[in-house]
Write a protein of this length. Structure first.
Lengths: 113, 245
């Protein structure tokens, strides 16, 4: 019984915690000796930014689970509206997130979701 | 452009920690994290995982997309190794984020083990707020400031996970989709807000262009390549632009 109860936690550590934490630890190893003003830090910042953008594109285009039931056109339109709201409403992330979510929900209700 | 100085910078580690907690508490991420983790809690419920497991996973993994993949892999009980690999690949972003933040926050005598706990809090939300505001804080208090952001957002996330778990039956059908959509939506606008340098704006635009091309082309390790190609191209363009001016 204990084995059964513990199993999900073993899985959590082995399949969830370690595979993502390893990047944070590797970050300590690679980032500790670097200088704030160095050229390599500029490059790393660019890589980090492009990677986050890649995550954005991937979730919108190939969404997991429930989001996949919302049509692709609605997802694309919602993220575009959210970005435009952010850009034109005092560069407020609140505005972007709220407008994007509202457009997604209304779009899903109207066009099926 | 330096970080906005709204008030006198905190004078002690405790004050910096509390300032971090307050910064996080009033940021858009408080809302984003709450919605995301209510969604995750409900998802864990639907996959038949326990509420404690879901809460521990939020505190231990602390990466939304990775947790969704993990819950899916465990819930279906198949492809566990593939699941771990997918978790690992989905979290690659954490590496350059930690590398970019560390030189900004570590002191001269900070040892590696002292960074293990602070970097555990690393997530797009914490990174965005720390990169934006840490420069305005005395170097010796920056780690405390980051910990304050992390503790505030993570404890909120753990509570939201529990709330979502018990609310799962009462949530509207579209909530799950909205909770998953808030991740890319908030990543996009908060990263855009932090992209002050030409270099960062270019990297953001290139990532949005290259990511879909590689994903549609079914390229292996597409996220990793998006970061490396997009980031390197942006760096090269930025460097040429600097040389020309």
């Amino acid at each position: 019984m204990t084995d059964l109860l513990l199993q999900p936690y073993v899985a959590l550590v082995l399949l969830g915690f370690l595979p993502s934490e390893v990047w944070r630890w590797l970050g300590i190893v690679l980032g500790r000796g670097l200088d704030e003003e160095s050229e390599i830090i500029l490059w790393v910042r660019a890589v980090a930014t492009a990677l986050v953008a890649g995550v954005v594109a991937r979730i919108v285009l190939f969404p997991p689970g429930a989001l996949a039931s919302v049509p692709l056109a609605v997802r694309l339109f919602a993220i575009t509206c959210g970005f435009l709201a952010f850009y034109f409403i005092r560069r407020s992330p609140f505005a972007g997130v709220l407008v994007g979510e509202a457009v997604l929900v209304v779009g899903a209700l109207v066009f099926g979701g | 452009m330096s970080a906005p100085a709204i008030e006198p910078p905190p004078q002690s580690a405790t004050a910096a920690f509390l300032f971090g907690a307050r910064t996080a508490g009033t940021s858009v991420f408080m809302f984003v994290i709450t919605v995301t983790y209510i969604g995750f809690g409900a998802l864990a419920h639907d996959y038949g995982l326990s509420v404690v497991w879901a809460m521990v996973s939020t505190a231990l993994v602390w990466a939304g997309p990775a947790q969704v993949i993990l819950a899916g892999a465990l819930g279906s009980g198949t492809a566990l190794i593939e699941g771990a690999l997918a978790v690992c690949l989905s979290s690659v972003r954490l590496l350059p984020m930690v590398v970019a933040l560390l030189p900004l926050v570590k002191g001269e005598r900070t040892r590696a083990w002292q960074l293990v706990v602070p970097v555990h809090f690393m997530a797009v939300s914490v990174w965005v707020e720390a990169m934006r505001l840490a420069p305005g804080i005395a170097r010796e208090h920056r780690i405390a400031f980051c910990n304050g952001i992390g503790v505030m957002l993570m404890s909120t996330a753990v509570m939201a996970t529990a709330a979502g778990y018990f609310l799962s039956a009462a949530l509207p059908a579209l909530f799950g989709a909205a909770a998953m959509f808030i991740t890319p939506m908030s990543f996009l606008v908060s990263t855009a807000r932090n992209s002050r340098l030409f270099l960062e704006k270019t990297a953001l635009a290139l990532g949005l262009l290259i990511g879909p091309v590689l994903a549609f082309g079914k390229v292996e390790l597409d996220l990793l390549w998006t970061g490396l190609i997009g980031g390197s191209l942006a760096y090269a363009i930025g460097r040429m632009r600097r040389a020309a001016s």
